[in-house]
Design a binder for this molecule. Sequence first.
Ligand SMILES: Cc1cc2nc3c(=O)[nH]c(=O)nc-3n(C[C@H](O)[C@H](O)[C@H](O)COP(=O)(O)OP(=O)(O)OC[C@H]3O[C@@H](n4cnc5c(N)ncnc54)[C@H](O)[C@@H]3O)c2cc1C
Length: 496
Amino acid sequence: MQLVWFKRDLRIADHAPLWHAARLGPCLCLYVYEPELIHSQEFDASHLSFINEALAELDDQLRKVGGQLTYRVGRMPEVLDEIHQASPVEALWSHQETGNRITYDRDRRVALWAAKHDIAWHEVPQNGVIRRLKSRDGWSQQRSRWLEQPPAALPESIHSPRDVAFERQRTAADFGLTETEKTDLPQGGERAGQQVLQSFLYQRGEHYSREMSSPVSAGNSCSRLSAYLAWGCVSMKTVEYALSARQRELRQRRSGGRTPSAWLKSLQAYQSRLSWHCHFMQKLEDQPSIEFENMSRAYDGLREDEFNQQYFEAWCRGQTGYPLVDACMRALHRHSWINFRMRAMLVSFASYHLWLHWRPTALYLAQHFLDFEPGIHFSQFQMQAGTTGINTVRIYSPVKQVLDQDPQGEFIRKYVPELSEVPNEYIAEPHKMPVMLQSAAGCQIGKDYPKPIVEHTMAYRSARARIDVIRRRDASRTEAKRVMQRHGSRKRMRGR
Ligand SMILES: Cc1cc2nc3c(=O)[nH]c(=O)nc-3n(C[C@H](O)[C@H](O)[C@H](O)COP(=O)(O)OP(=O)(O)OC[C@H]3O[C@@H](n4cnc5c(N)ncnc54)[C@H](O)[C@@H]3O)c2cc1C
């Protein structure tokens, strides 16, 4: 029996392990709910409901070709042991995973188990990540070569084994989790992912490059594909192929006399982000310790001993007194998604203004991002918190960002209703409203909406000075060279 283990690849299209396994004989398709992962700080019931929707659709698709998905709850490789005893496994098939410490350790246990039982474990690359990469030089070319190999075909038929018990899906309640209260969450699964992809490429994406940074327009103008990529409902290759087809079509139109230049520019920007996806994941693949440790060790000790729990809680609750920061956090609580610029601002505010270490804030946002992808998440967190040593230190002003990204306060008023009657003039800094105006706007600062938790200019200056002291040290420069050599992009990354 061939065993196909689904992890973060919840799809039937472009699933090379499934395609190979299905051709070799009886094939068991398995999904394992792992309590260690489900009860980890990064996980949320909203993740589970997205996963379950994807699994239900996957099961339907498998059944159409004679297969079926079976579920198990438990620790790996114990689950494999149970299955192997019921029906001997000839080979194990899965995609490679670049995950957190829990999945890394689990994969090592599975590898040992497979070796002990003389079972071949075929792990197929996905996400453009190159395992056991010796050097970053040439990585981009290797990724391009991987992309040139066409996506895997759909399996024509699957022969399900008879002697293995098929178990049911599990819900949040099965793990003692409260069902998610989040609303407007995207539907999980391959079909929904394909629809989101098509609507972006053919309808919504024209002004992506211009509109991606404002939270007012980003919800519609960004691809919104990240959760589908993170849980593998749509593969990176599928997205790249659909994108190339659309670009070809647009270029042909250009040669026919009409210039869809906004479209082409936006899709070029989108293509770069897809490669960043892989680039950031590669960092965690190459150095799993960056989930816990500063990428540049020169920054060790910078924030560790100064964690202010009250600041952290105010940030988590969206009660910092900075309207755009609070609106972003509250939007996230509702939809599990926020655009890149606002993620960067949330992290910058937590890391510089509140001087919070990135690890607890990263865990909090991981739980609230439906698209939590460890490789991107921890690398981006360190970049925005200034601990990579190789990126420009960007401290976003939570006031200027309002003027740049939400000058009419549209987004702020939607998510911070206490401020709905505050005039535009004060929407970035409502605490500056005269008392009379506060009464007229029905928003008394300090009562209905908090005063700013810290004073922006002072917090900015202090953070900048503390970071600069470290940056200027010789040891930091040496460390930066090491980090650059190991993880740095060999192309210059512009924009974000
Ligand atoms: C602190 C922080 C944490 C983040 N954590 C995650 C995460 O856990 N999972 C995640 O998928 N993205 C993460 N991002 C990157 C980015 O914000 C999201 O990918 C993006 O907002 C998702 O929305 P979208 O699919 O509409 O993106 P689009 O703007 O449409 O981008 C297209 C795709 O490119 C990739 N991408 C876009 N921007 C980046 C980037 N800066 N770095 C790497 N890949 C990128 C994503 O796969 C995304 O789906 C994080 C960014 C920051 C600043």
